[in-house]
Design a protein around this ligand. Structure first.
Ligand code: BES
Ligand code: ZN
Length: 462
């Protein structure tokens, strides 16, 4: 690939400004109040793919938010790369914890990003990372260096479980036919330790409702005499972990893959400082399943976490009340071989079984997806490795991540191709949190590295 660095250098201000414009649109898929903005974002992505040199771009309607599909087929005998990304973002709340408004992007310097980072919801996850691919495409077509065919599939429902994309993939296998899938929606170890994500966790997401008396009650007149749904819910949730922080749902660990000592030793070689980890989060100590390291707990082990809990009076001042209902949203991160639908059923059965008399429990499954592990002995991984070696001057480290991109396992099942996860974000970029940001250095480095993947993948396919 000739002139990639000079092209990026010459156009970097425009690349940054275009991303900033994209980040101004609040494409929150979870909240129906933003429906118009999500749809508008799809149109903006369509236009950007056309500008970047795709020959054919369309907006594919679904029962939910549309999928933007674009392609440039230069020769049927050449390999085809399918790029996947998402244009939807997580809700921005709690908005008051942002130092600048989430949809008014600004560039600020941080300790890890002295070159500046763009602060906005979606800056890293995934608008910034997805847009690197659009700009890499622009570079390759503008300089006549696109070495193979390319298809883009950018969806608007990743943050809410990709349910409609699953249907689309199952019914459009020919359209989506490819030799490798390329995604930038993960992270890397650090700016001087590039890594390629080789595993994602699966997920099962449920909502629970505990109902006690048929109406809210005076906590003096009735307190102590009836089951308080909030107290009960807290007790039930607490019982889901034992003293060693193992999950107590019967059958939960049945299919969990146990890594060999050798694999664990290999994992432990990745650079990691527990001290810095604690410092960055301002915690005295880490917490988790006995017998596993922090990096194992957040990647190769399954977990259960409450994501939200509510009920009763939470407004200003005090109100003495026993609420009729209490609620929680719970996610379980799963490892490969744990089937998310089976785990959802195990959770439901167990949670219903531990409810005491005096309350009723309703478990509502939300969404889920399987985990994914990719081997490194394939040309996709090798091409990515060579691309990083060229742009970072260092061999990347394979690393399993704790996050989930549920569609990846389905891609393998339906499209029979491997996914290569070239993420350029850092853990400190605060994805899903207030003050999400994406380093400008990371953004430009991504744009620089992606065309090299195209080059090496085409070469290695010969
Ligand atoms: N980009 C993330 C996933 C991710 C982040 C993987 C960092 C690895 C490293 C993605 O957008 C995401 O947040 N996915 C959701 C999926 C869920 C809504 C089904 C997640 O992991 O919570
Ligand atoms: Zn994402």
């Amino acid at each position: 690939m000739k002139n990639i660095q000079s092209y990026v250098n010459q156009h970097k201000d425009r690349f940054i400004n275009e991303l900033i414009e994209l980040l101004k649109i609040p494409s929150v898929s979870a909240d129906s109040a933003y429906q118009k903005e999500v749809l508008k974002t799809a149109d903006v992505i369509k236009a950007s793919l056309e500008k970047a040199g795709c020959d054919h771009v369309e907006i594919c309607k679904t029962e939910g938010f549309p999928i933007v599909y674009g392609e440039k087929i230069i020769d049927k005998n050449l390999p085809t790369i399918l790029v996947y990304g998402h244009y939807d973002v997580q809700p921005a709340d709690p908005v008051n914890l942002w130092t600048s408004p989430p949809f008014e992007p600004v560039i600020k310097n941080t300790e890890l990003h002295p070159e500046g980072a763009i602060f906005a919801r979606g800056a890293c996850d995934d608008k910034g990372q997805m847009y690197m691919h659009v700009k890499a495409m622009e570079f390759m077509t503008a300089t006549n260096q696109l070495p193979c065919n390319v298809k883009f599939m950018i969806e608007g429902e990743e943050e809410v479980g990709s349910v409609n994309l699953s249907k689309f993939v199952k019914t459009h296998q020919e359209k989506l036919k490819n030799d490798v899938i390329l995604i930038s929606d993960t992270g890397m170890i650090s700016k001087d330790t590039p890594s390629i994500t080789t595993g994602l966790r699966g997920i099962s997401y449920v909502e629970v409702e505990v109902t006690g008396p048929n109406r809210d009650l005076h906590s003096g007149l009735y307190g102590g005499a009836v089951a308080n749904p909030i107290n009960i819910l807290a007790k039930m949730i607490a019982s889901l972990h034992d003293a060693n922080n193992h999950i107590t749902i019967p059958g939960f660990y049945d299919n969990v893959e146990n890594l060999s000592d050798e694999e664990r030793a290999q994992m432990a070689k990745a650079p990691f400082s527990l001290e810095n980890y604690k410092k960055a989060l301002d915690i005295e100590d880490v917490y988790g399943e006995k017998g596993y390291t922090t990096n194992e707990r957040n990647s190769i082990r399954p977990t259960l976490d409450v994501n939200g809990i509510w009920g009763g009076y939470t407004g200003e001042g005090a109100k003495t009340v026993i609420a009729s209902k209490a609620y929680a949203k719970i996610s379980m991160r799963l490892v490969p071989n744990q089937d998310w639908e089976e785990i959802t059923q195990l959770f439901k059965k167990h949670f219903e079984s531990i409810a005491p008399k005096g309350v009723t429990v309703n478990v509502k499954p939300h969404h889920g997806g399987q985990g994914y592990v990719t081997p490194i002995d394939n040309i996709g991984y090798q091409a990515a490795s060579k691309a990083y070696r060229d742009s970072f001057g260092k061999e990347p480290i394979p690393q399993r991540s704790g996050g989930s991109i549920p569609i990846v396992a389905l891609f393998e099942q339906e499209l029979k191709s491997k996914t290569i996860l070239m993420g350029f974000g850092l853990d400190s970029d605060a994805i899903h949190s207030p003050n999400e940001h994406f380093g400008i250095w990371n953004y430009l480095k991504g744009i620089e590295t992606i065309p090299l993947f195209y080059h090496y993948f085409t070469e290695l396919s010969k």
